[in-house]
Design a protein around this ligand. Structure first.
Ligand code: ATP
Length: 353
């Protein structure tokens, strides 16, 4: 494969920050991205993800910190001299140019010889599987195909790093799944590093080697998808990672775990950090299941059929709302007995929230 990224070992963000007036959009973010790594920047709307990506690209200046490509400091260098590939949510294609000319644009501005441009554009077209569509205009392509043109245009110049800002959010659910696999395949074939901004935890879990969770402009956790899914560092990260059941509880240390009280029932949980007398408990809906003799008694309020199982909401006698999944049909008004495995009941110190 002739499209290869320039050699580099790592990109290092060293305590980077960016203010907009009184707003601290990004604060004290430190991250080392190794060559070949796929990093997701994950966080809710307004948490600073795009600000971080634009600072790395050079479209925004830093207010604090430094950025390094190996031992070269690059945060004062113009975006075009950093040479990173950018893919945006809205594709940003030139509507009056064919697919071929859109993809070759960066090479033309670099004044590459015509034969080289033709060869590299052909390779990029093949990479994103659009060879047959080379002479069409963007308006004649589907959303997924247009996004593949945008990806080809970003990678054709052989960037060491590709930056993607919510590239799949304009696509419908089915196409998003297909393009997710495409993004991962293209990343693997190029051997470049990718930083991918998303607010979708499933997208981050499925694509990334490591995920950085950004909340209020600050790093809340960096870890592998498995670590983030199974062991969110704080209740706030847990909530963002789909732990919908979050409760305050008193806690007692016991053999093999911590005993907490959820909706009036005693449950054994696993402490994520040292827990005192007051705790926050986090359980995913898929880990809270109806069983014949589960300790938490709740009345079903809502049940939706989701194909493989039912998603349901219930309320206990003390008024606690519970979100759970059931492999068998449950109906509103029905009483259920819920339980969760101790390993899947995460217990945090209350101050950790
Ligand atoms: P989204 O997922 O909604 O795109 P985000 O996580 O990418 O959000 P940013 O766009 O990075 O968030 O914005 C972070 C914070 O900085 C927000 O509070 C936003 O209002 C603020 N902000 C971003 N750009 C500017 C700007 N040019 N001027 C002033 N404030 C800004």
């Amino acid at each position: 494969m002739a499209i290869t990224s320039r050699d580099f070992r790592s990109l290092r963000l060293d305590r980077i920050g960016r203010d907009f007036g009184q707003t601290h959009a990004l604060r004290d973010v430190t991250l080392t991205v190794e060559r070949g790594e796929f990093i997701a920047l994950l966080g809710p709307s307004g948490c600073g993800k795009s600000t971080a990506l634009n600072c790395i690209a050079g479209l925004l200046q830093l207010t604090d910190g430094t950025i390094w490509l190996d031992d070269r400091r690059i945060d004062a260098i113009a975006p075009e001299d950093r040479g990173f590939g950018m893919v945006f949510q809205n594709y940003a294609l030139f509507p009056h140019m064919t697919v071929r000319r859109n993809i070759g644009f960066g090479l033309v501005t670099q004044r590459r010889p015509t034969a080289e441009i033709t060869r590299r554009v052909d390779e990029a077209l093949a990479l994103v599987r659009l060879t047959e569509h080379a002479d069409k205009l963007p308006g004649q392509l589907s959303g997924g195909q247009q996004q593949r043109v945008a990806i080809a245009r970003a990678v054709v110049v052989g960037p060491p790093l590709v930056l993607m800002d919510e590239p799949l959010s304009n696509l419908d659910a089915k196409l998003r799944l297909e393009m997710r696999a495409e993004v991962r395949r293209i990343h693997a074939m190029l051997g470049c590093s990718t930083i991918y901004v998303t607010h979708d935890q499933e997208e981050a879990l499925s694509l990334a080697d490591r995920i950085l969770v950004l909340i209020d402009g600050q790093t809340r956790q960096i870890g592998t998808p498995e670590e983030l899914y199974a062991r969110p560092a704080t209740p706030e990260v847990a909530e963002f990672m789909g732990y919908r059941n979050l409760f305050r509880s008193r806690a007692e240390t016991a053999d093999g775990g911590v005993v907490i009280v959820v909706a009036g029932a005693r449950l054994t949980g696993t402490p994520v950090q040292t827990v005192g007398a007051q705790a926050v408990v986090a359980i995913r809906p898929e880990d809270l299941r109806p069983t014949g003799d589960g300790p938490i008694v709740a009345t079903v309020e809502l049940a939706e059929y989701h194909g493989r199982d039912f998603y349901a909401e219930g309320r206990s006698a003390d008024g606690t709302d519970l979100f759970f999944r059931s492999p068998v049909r449950v109906r509103p008004g029905e009483q259920v007995h819920l339980d969760a495995a101790p390993a899947r009941v995460l217990v945090y110190p209350e101050a950790g929230k």
